[in-house]
Design a protein around this ligand. Structure first.
Ligand code: DI6
Ligand code: FE
Length: 397
């Protein structure tokens, strides 16, 4: 199957000197699942191929949400109220709320129920021109429950036209039955759970939460060593609430990404740049927690670290199911440029998932995953709040 998309302003996001890699007034040739060419004139041997005219609309790579905890049970609206009454996220977590309360809600559901509760969130995200999302486990915190979450993520991919990459996040929180025994939890649950999930082909990457209220760098190192032994890529929630050197640790394992990074220092940024570790910025969590310290965007930029942007969709700190709103927040709260925010939800997000050869830019040879917008300027996708200008999502010819 061949098809031509014509009458487009194409923000290819190829890394050229042209902002957005913009091709004004262009066409895209699609052959099966791949992009064949991008040009102003249709090649001779494509004459007669079916062509759709988009009347001057903007095309971008389909969006990619590279950090979500989309599969979970219940909600944490009550904690939202508690925070309004003055409680902090850490206080709520230490009092047995927080992640652990979502663990109870998640583990009380069957696999079918978990699919049913997750689908509306997935559909809301997908309505904004998304082709690919990452989903983490981490609300099970026992072996079978972690596997269940990952199976749900795989099932979602079969139910909707979306590519889903899974991350095993057994090291998300210490469950109550292991309080004060985080190392035992890692030995008895996280590591054997990872082996079992990997054997069942449920794991695309391994994640962890490196934080005072979660796991120390030494404990994360144990998890990453197991990931390395299994040949799985790693990523890390790092420097969200304090600086434990998690980003540097992740970089030393060649991590795909280090995520959050509000407390990152220059040393960490340099290590990430050297390792090619992507910085995944999560303005939804920053906003919901009313954090005051934004990630050091200027340091990341100067160090040459790629910056992705993602929803962090989760019940506690980022109940957010709009990547467009996330891009707006990245600009307004973190001062990313529009080009950085859009690249962050396309090209750089592809890097963060290890998929940059396949998706993330509109380039010959890459998959034909293209969002077409009722917009002319790329900035229109970032400046609006709560409006979805998607015209059509193309996923192949
Ligand atoms: N950092 C976060 O912001 C989320 N997980 C993490 O490691 C929070 C998850 C939650 O509160 O349920
Ligand atoms: Fe997260």
């Amino acid at each position: 199957m061949r098809k031509i998309l014509s009458g487009l302003r194409i923000a290819t996001f190829e890394e050229t000197d042209t902002p957005y890699g913009l091709v004004k007034n262009g066409s895209i040739g699609i052959d099966g699942e791949r992009i064949a060419w991008i040009a102003q004139d249709i090649p001779n041997d494509w004459r007669g191929v079916e062509s759709l005219d988009f009347g001057g609309r903007l095309a971008t790579p389909a969006l990619i949400d590279c950090h979500t905890h989309l599969v979970f049970g219940g909600n944490r609206a009550r904690e939202f109220e508690m925070r309004l009454e003055g409680a902090s996220y850490e206080e709520i977590a230490r009092a047995g709320g927080g992640i652990v309360s979502s663990v109870k809600a998640t583990n009380g559901l069957s696999e079918d129920e978990l699919v049913a509760q997750s689908l509306p969130r997935l559909d809301t995200l997908l309505a904004e021109g998304i082709s690919t999302i990452e989903i983490k486990s981490g609300y099970g915190l026992n072996i079978e429950a972690e596997l269940k979450m990952l199976r749900v993520a795989r099932r979602l991919a079969a139910l909707r036209p979306v590519r889903i990459l899974t991350s095993y996040l057994g090291a998300h929180a210490v469950p109550p039955e292991y309080r004060g025994r985080a190392d035992d939890y890692i030995s008895q649950v996280v590591l054997p759970g990872l082996e079992a999930a990997h054997a069942a082909n449920l794991v695309d990457a391994v994640d962890g939460f490196c934080e005072g209220i979660a796991f120390s760098p030494a404990q994360i190192t144990r998890v990453f060593e197991k990931a390395r032994a299994l040949g799985l890529p790693v990523k890390l929630h790092a420097e969200q609430l304090s600086n434990l050197g998690g980003a540097k640790l992740a970089a030393s394992f060649g991590a795909l990404s280090a995520d959050h990074l509000e407390y990152l220092d220059e040393d960490g940024a340099r290590a990430m740049a050297a390792a090619g570790t992507v910085a995944v910025l999560l303005p939804g969590a920053f906003y919901a927690l009313r954090e005051e310290r934004a990630p050091p965007v200027r340091i990341l930029r100067d160090a040459g670290v790629r910056m992705a942007v993602a929803t962090d969709c989760n019940p506690g700190t980022s109940p957010l199911t709009s990547l467009l709103l996330t891009m707006n927040m990245a600009c307004t709260l973190f001062r990313l440029t529009v080009e950085e925010a859009l690249a962050g939800a396309t090209r750089e997000a592809a890097h963060a998932l290890g998929l940059s050869k396949e998706i993330g830019t509109i380039s010959p040879g890459k998959r034909a995953e293209i969002a077409i917008w009722n917009a002319e300027q790329p900035a229109e996708l970032c400046y609006r709040i709560g409006f979805n200008p998607l015209h059509q999502l193309i996923l192949k010819a």
